[in-house]
Design a protein around this ligand. Structure first.
Ligand SMILES: [Zn+2]
Length: 528
């Protein structure tokens, strides 16, 4: 293991990242030239290092690429919402008062009544259904972002066994969009107080900061790609206009739900919504990049450990800002390629094959990794573990981890008392359940050899926030290393000058050791 380990150097991490996070790659948006150049750069490196292709078969020969046919959906300037409520008519602009556009598959006008459906949640086991007793047929559904009761500790939505289910942004929205589609709705507006405020800089909130490009890309072959209604994130101003003739306010009704923890869904009579969609669709394609170093054991080489990272980011916006994505996820991409190089250099190979995956379309909803799990290039049952690197080069204040733990089985107090605030050492290790193998590798190894401190965060189901998720959902043992969110996340400021290359190289070495050990240990890892 040593020769490989010693080849992972902080200055190399930095040099590879200089190329991948360069302005000229234009933010590596899925199915763009910048993404393809980044992918081809890695392919060239792989070829010079003797990494074998692990993608599609063409005339019996493996390719590095796994091709994915996609459709690009672009939302144009003439997209806006008109609300007619009583005597007044208000116009709300795309990009200012609403954003998103997930699942849009039409152009034209949706002219409909609005109906308010609380948080858009159906949880039969909790006896809670925001859709009960209201008619969604041919209506635009308005919901609030979040969950009943917010962070209230006595809310069943925050019970440890339920937290992960209702956390996050996209998973609940997707679920709601599918439910709404099944009930005949036409569109979904999710009201988020962060939309419409330019100054707020929190987390993943869209519309709150400099917004990225207007294009979305979907892969029609993914089984859950359709059907769902188009989803938009809307400002409270839109909600206020919709409620203006109802005798109630959006805020007040939402407060009622939070207080009672029961649905207060209602029709919004006299509010007419016209949603003008200026949308174009075009066939395109992108590809995952897959390479491998074959295992040394004649039998076990048919089994695989995957080390993956998404290579795509969110591109360039209409104002010409480049979203370089040095941390997200140039850093993980460099990590994967440095491990590939280390394994190629190492004279001894582990027993199992190690597969290197550079996913496309993560920012578009884990498209590349979901596609791989549905159309694997090797039998999925032979994949023994998935190690995912996504954003691994930042210093991590304890407070950044605190912001994430709402969804896990650790309290802020436990976190503060168990871990020091040492940003240069801290990182998060997400798994689907607590496990000895995780402790051994990520916690003990990190501490003893690299002076790093892992905060193990486990939950089932694992949060769907990165490319380990599709694997974890197929019960493949998965772990996700991350140095946590920061102000530059999905902003033009995620640039190479702000990275910690020493911490990054340490995490890459840790992943290399972990992958090598798992691949070389006779027994398959058992995680839940
Ligand atoms: Zn990412």
């Amino acid at each position: 293991m040593k020769a490989g380990l010693e080849s992972i150097k902080p200055n190399d991490s930095y040099s590879y990242l200089e190329f991948i996070a360069a302005d000229e790659l234009e933010g590596r948006d899925t199915a763009t030239r910048g993404f393809t150049i980044a992918r081809n750069y890695i392919k060239s490196l792989y070829k010079t290092w003797g990494i074998e292709p692990a993608g599609d078969k063409k005339d019996d020969a493996r390719q590095f690429e796994q091709r994915i046919d996609m459709v690009e959906v672009a939302i144009g300037e003439e997209t806006y919402i008109e609300v007619e409520a009583g005597p007044s008519a208000l116009t709300f602009l795309w990009g200012t008062d609403f954003s998103g556009g997930m699942g849009v598959d039409m152009a034209g006008v949706i002219d409909a009544q609005a109906v308010f459906a609380g948080y858009g949640l159906t949880a039969t086991d909790l006896n809670y259904d925001d859709f009960a007793g209201i008619d969604l047929e041919n209506k635009i559904v308005v919901t609030s972002f979040g969950k009943p009761g917010g962070d209230r500790e006595d809310s069943p939505f925050n019970a440890p066994e339920n937290r992960a289910r209702f956390a996050g942004r996209y998973t609940p929205a997707e679920k709601c969009a599918r439910l709404a589609a099944a009930k005949g709705a036409l569109a979904l507006l999710i009201v988020d107080e962060n939309v419409g405020h330019v100054s707020n800089a929190g987390g993943y909130r869209q519309g709150s900061r400099i917004s990225s490009s207007r294009r979305t890309v979907v892969a029609p072959k993914l089984s859950d790609a359709i059907p769902r209604v188009p989803v938009f994130w809307a400002s409270p101003a839109i909600a206020d206009a919709l409620f203006s003739q109802s005798g109630k306010t959006f805020e007040a009704v939402k407060n009622l739900i939070d207080k009672d923890l029961t649905p207060h869904s209602m029709d919004l009579p006299n509010a007419k919504v016209k949603l003008y969609l200026d949308v174009s669709r075009e066939n395109t394609m992108s590809a995952n990049l897959l390479g491998m170093v074959e295992g040394s054991d004649p039998k076990l080489k048919n089994e695989f450990v995957i080390i993956g990272a998404h290579l795509d980011h969110v591109g360039v916006n209409d104002d010409g800002y480049v979203f370089n994505g040095a941390d997200d996820n140039g850093s993980g991409s460099v990590g994967v390629l440095q491990i590939a190089k280390a394994l190629a250099l190492n004279p001894v190979k582990p027993k199992r094959t190690i597969l290197f995956a550079h996913w496309t379309g993560e920012e578009q909803g884990l498209v590349g990794s979901r596609y791989f799990v549905e159309y694997p290039t090797f039998p999925l049952s032979n994949i023994v573990a998935c190690l995912n690197l996504d954003m691994i080069c930042k210093d991590t204040p304890l407070s950044a981890i605190k912001e994430q733990i709402g969804d896990f089985d650790i309290t802020e107090e436990e976190l503060s008392s168990s871990y020091p605030n040492e940003p240069e050492k801290l990182f998060s290790a997400y798994t689907s359940s607590p496990s000895p193998i995780m402790e051994e590798y990520s916690v003990n190894l990190a501490r003893d050899y690299f002076d790093l401190i892992a905060v193990p965060l486990s939950s089932y189901p694992v949060l769907g926030n990165s490319d380990h998720y599709p694997f974890a959902m197929r019960k493949i043992p998965s772990v996700f290393f991350n140095t946590e969110g920061h102000r530059d996340l999905h902003q033009p400021g995620d640039t190479i000058d702000k990275i910690n290359k020493y911490k990054m190289a340490k995490l890459v070495k840790l992943t290399y050791l972990m992958a090598f050990t798992i691949a070389d240990t006779e027994k398959r890892p058992e995680w839940k």
